[in-house]
Design a binder for this molecule. Structure first.
Ligand SMILES: [Zn+2]
Length: 472
């Protein structure tokens, strides 16, 4: 297969050596991973699966020994990685890990490894709700972050991006950061390539900016690439069209964090005349699947970084054409191992890809849809909560198990909370204050304690629901 790639310059970290470059130690480790990923993508499916089983054996052994939660939950030993049938049966016998279990275990720190093997670096924590309204803490190691960087780079390489171009990003940036009209601007696309590759400008805007201002900001940046959520991209495409704004340099749009529906892809591609590239990733598990560079809209499971099981509710694996729940096992996070973790999505398994890559194919990903917040002054805003937002909510209500925010009127929000034990008046007041700080003082906030949250018509838990009729 012929790949026309823009040139990529590696930065030399060694004095007196300009070319070919000798990178720093972390840069060299990243290059070592990328070199292997170039080859492993073409391995036959069974060879990939066998190599993955070897890494899963190491992960399971570590988790059993170092993570209290797994001490009795995981088998003492898995069958030989070469015996596919026996190994797969033993693997599927491991219970599915739920968000509830992570929350309960993490409250007593029993999800965390007592220690990391030498060289895995420090513990790093983030909060995520994965749109289900059940915040969990994810703790990762620096080695896991290195693997994250390798898959970020693989996506750039697969889609032949010119790293010297300008990347515009509209996503959750934390309260008050990357604010309109300027947003943030930095040299280099971020930590993934930091120190290793020369890359261009990264400009970012807070996702809470109203759509008309996002469009105006975007036209001013004139980016080569744009990365955001599908629902934001669809509105932006309509905005730029309506306002007659042009993005003459734009080459690709990158969709993250939500399901990219075919209609959304078509609307974005029609508005800007460039391809949309889908990325399936989560904060707690990293990259799950990347879009095939040769056969869109297939996405390939990133088997060198994560095991993805798509199963029926009774535990049978889904065959091509069948849809089931997505269970993930990140291969390299030994800080807080997640083994057969149900991330709350459903996916359809695809046939082997005509491109020849051996990693499994997903043809559809379902169930990560969110509503938008309608503003009292007109317009809409993305209600997504950052890691910091979730941390603040957990601090306000320490017994929090699940939350849901319902917009009941143009100026009213109801924050529904499921907590361990009764919600105290002080906690309710702190939670209401949190919601006003997050969404604006223009909202009247009521807090309601519930034993259980209702589910949407599709049977999915949603963390934000706009319950007022659409404006004319
Ligand atoms: Zn493919």
């Amino acid at each position: 297969m012929h790949h026309d790639r823009p040139p990529i310059d590696v930065v030399s970290a060694m004095p007196g050596i300009a070319w070919p470059a000798l990178p720093s130690a972390p840069g060299a480790a990243l290059l070592a991973l990328l070199f292997q990923l170039e080859g492993t993508q073409w391995w036959p499916a069974e060879r990939i699966a066998r190599a993955q089983r070897r890494q899963l054996a190491a992960l399971v052994e570590h988790a059993r020994a170092e993570v209290p939660f797994y001490a009795t939950r995981l088998p003492a030993a898995l069958p030989d990685p070469g015996d596919a049938a026996a190994w797969e049966a033993a693997w599927r016998a491991i219970p599915v890990l739920t968000r509830d279990e992570i929350q309960a275990a993490d409250a007593s720190e029993s999800m965390l490894a007592h220690r990391l093997p030498p060289g895995h670096g420090e513990y790093r924590e983030v909060f995520t709700s994965g749109s289900t309204g059940r915040p969990v803490r994810a703790v990762r190691s620096q080695v896991w972050e290195l693997a994250w960087s390798a898959f970020t780079m693989r996506d750039h390489l697969w889609h032949r991006r010119d790293l010297t171009g300008t990347m515009a990003v509209i996503r959750e940036s934390g309260h008050g950061k990357a604010a309109y009209p300027d947003g943030d601007s930095q040299q280099g696309w971020g930590f993934s390539g930091a120190g290793l590759f020369e890359s261009g400008r990264l400009v970012s805007l807070n996702v809470t900016t109203p759509a008309d201002r996002q469009a105006e900001w975007l036209a001013r940046q004139d980016p080569d690439y744009l990365l955001s959520h599908p629902s934001i991209l669809v509105r932006l495409a309509a905005e730029t069209r309506a306002a007659g704004l042009r993005l003459p340099r734009l080459r690709q749009v990158i969709a993250i964090a939500e399901t990219l529906r075919p209609a959304a892809r078509a609307a974005i591609e029609a508005a800007w005349g460039v391809p949309v590239i889908d990325i399936y990733s989560t904060r707690e598990a990293g990259y799950l699947a990347l879009q095939c560079p040769d056969h869109p809209p297939h996405v390939h499971v990133q088997s060198e970084g994560v095991r993805v099981d798509v199963e029926h509710d009774d535990g049978r694996p889904c065959a091509p054409g069948e849809t089931g729940r997505v269970l993930v096992t990140p291969l390299h996070n030994l800080a807080m191992p997640l083994v057969r973790y149900d991330i709350g999505d459903a996916a359809e398994v695809g046939p082997p890809c005509p491109c020849g890559r051996g990693m499994p194919v997903l043809t559809r990903i379902l169930g990560r849809r969110q509503n938008m917040l309608r503003l009292p002054g007109g317009g809409r805003r993305w209600p997504l909560l950052s890691s910091g937002d979730l941390g603040a909510l957990v601090a306000a209500v320490p017994g929090l198990r699940q939350y849901r925010i319902v917009q009941t009127a143009i100026d009213a929000l109801r924050l529904e909370i499921v907590a361990i034990g009764p919600l105290t008046e002080a906690e309710a007041a702190a939670a209401a204050g949190w919601a006003r700080a997050k969404f604006g003082e223009g909202f009247a906030v009521t807090v309601q304690a519930l034993a259980e949250l209702p589910r949407s018509a599709a049977g999915k838990a949603e963390d934000f629901v706009c319950d007022i009729p659409d404006a004319p």
